[in-house]
Design a protein around this ligand. Structure first.
Ligand code: CS2
Length: 485
């Protein structure tokens, strides 16, 4: 366990927070305190607290259950301190203890406590990493899904919410009633136009709750779009042990991430913002081109690599990218399907970006997991591949690589690799009926899964035919035999 006491006698190579930890105060509430948030937003905020001590972060977890409770206990026991090890592809590492997260609440344990923070004028930003699928948008209509059970529950009992939408909107209602200001709602998820998606989601909920409140939120809150980037693996007990061995710390919640990190953000804040430019955040007027490149190359490439890699039996991303067949497929996908239909932001070359992505995937010191990348594949496919798929179908381009990606995803969902090992592929948005489709033996019925909803309005007959044929090849001859030339 590390505590405030530990900060007084850190091992020589471990950096301490560069500010007085008793002198910082919260200005941000963050929903979804996962590893990515801890290695990204918290890492950036950590560096500016020395200049602006009133932007520390209060974390909120929304899920109940044993795992969430254990996580909350671990955070609180360590006074929300944790170590971050940054590793370069050549294996060089740096360790620091991060103190920017100053408190952590499990919302279901004390909803009113969370609402009190959200109503507090000191909180000027509410940020979130709630996953690509967490915004409750129906891909077929593109609208916030009011029929969702949890949303319905919150609408019936809005002052005791359970969803992030319920919390944020109730927090804003209290601020309005007190004559206060709205806060900035800042999504840090890997979505194209994450701010616009958040806007649609929170206003969608607010309109159903109270149209006048929704109008006030629309006029007073802001939803900046941002591109976020840092590969942050899951920390298994084995990785945790190795990290501690190396750092000399005894951290119950250590973290590892690549040395690369990037955050491009629109400068639209409702009530001020931390001077994040001092930590390297790029503020721009329009983030569109940046996020397109990141999502359509890095994230899309990640799943194009990892779905088939899981079938081959690779556990780690660096092993997958060292495999010449899988790497060639990834390069062909980026070179032929993505780059020709993508616009580079000024000053960026897509070929260079591609090379950096491949080098980042090769970072063996992180032991990033193929199953982490594949988890939530249904939402990731829609967010990361849609643009490329739509452009390919509409432009009558070659569909083989996309079909191979989809066929690999569907075969991967069946939970058994080519060596006969079974694994758990997690699809949190699939209910029992969809799980059944995902495990079905035939090659066709899984094409009804919502993973492909975002292009269902197009004529997919050729794509579907190819997917079915490739699934057959994968099952009969192995995934490598199905890789398009
Ligand atoms: C990954 C991301 O889970 C995924 O699909 O592609 O978590 C990726 O590591 C981050 O977006 C990197 O910024």
């Amino acid at each position: 366990m590390i505590t405030r006491e530990t900060l007084k006698s850190l091992p020589a190579d471990v950096q301490a927070p560069p500010y007085d930890i008793d002198g910082i105060r919260p200005g941000i509430v963050h929903f979804g305190v996962g590893n990515f948030f801890r290695a990204h937003e918290a890492f950036y905020v950590e560096q500016i607290l020395v200049h602006a001590p009133d932007w520390a972060i209060i974390g909120v977890g929304l899920t109940s259950g044993d795992r969430s409770r254990r996580k909350a206990e671990e955070f609180v026991k360590q006074d929300c301190l944790y170590s971050l090890t940054e590793t370069t592809p050549s294996g060089k590492s740096d360790v620091r203890v991060i103190g920017a997260l100053r408190d952590y609440h499990l919302a279901p344990a004390d909803p009113q406590k969370v609402l009190t923070h959200l109503a507090d004028p000191a909180i000027r930003i509410v940020s979130m990493t709630i996953t690509e699928g967490g915004y409750n948008i129906d891909e077929r209509t593109g609208e916030f899904d009011l029929k969702d059970e949890a949303v319905q529950k919150d609408l019936k009992n809005p002052e005791n919410p359970e969803t992030v939408f319920g919390y944020v909107v109730e927090g804003l209602r209290r601020r309005r009633e007190a004559g206060g200001k709205a806060f900035t709602i800042m999504s840090c998820d890997n979505l194209r136009h994450n701010g616009n998606v958040a806007r649609k989601a929170f206003l969608g909920y607010a309109k159903a709750r109270d149209p006048e409140l929704a109008r006030w939120i629309e006029e007073n809150a802001t939803f900046p779009n941002g591109m976020v980037d840092r590969i942050t693996p899951t920390v298994t007990p084995d990785i945790a042990r190795k990290l501690n061995e190396k750092s000399g710390l005894d951290d119950d919640i250590p973290l590892v991430a690549e040395d690369f990190h990037q955050w491009v953000l629109e400068d639209r804040f409702a009530d001020g913002r931390p001077p994040l430019e001092k930590a390297g955040v790029q503020f721009v007027d329009d983030v569109t081109d940046w996020e397109q490149v990141k999502v359509r190359m890095l994230n899309a490439g990640h799943i194009m690599l990892c779905f088939p890699a899981i079938l081959v039996g690779y556990e780690n991303v660096d092993q997958a990218v060292q495999d010449s067949d899988l790497r060639r497929n990834l390069e062909n996908f980026l070179n032929r399907d993505v780059i020709p239909t993508l616009k580079a932001p000024a000053g960026m070359t897509l070929e260079k970006y591609r090379d950096s992505v491949i080098s980042r995937f090769s970072n063996a010191a992180m032991a990033d997991q193929t199953l982490r990348i594949a988890s939530g594949g249904a939402s990731k496919i829609q967010v990361f591949w849609t643009e490329t798929v739509r452009k390919a179908i509409e432009g009558k381009r070659n569909l083989s690589r996309i079909a191979f990606g989809i066929a690999s995803y569907l075969e991967m969902l069946r939970g058994r690799d080519e060596k006969g090992h079974t694994y758990e592929s997690s699809e949190p948005t699939y209910g029992p009926a969809q799980q059944k489709l995902a495990k079905a033996d035939d090659y066709e019925s899984a094409l009804k899964l919502p993973a492909f909803d975002a292009w269902r309005d197009l004529d997919t007959s050729e794509l579907d035919r190819k997917v079915i044929a490739l699934r057959k090849v994968i099952r009969e001859k192995g995934v490598k035999a199905a890789i398009p030339a």
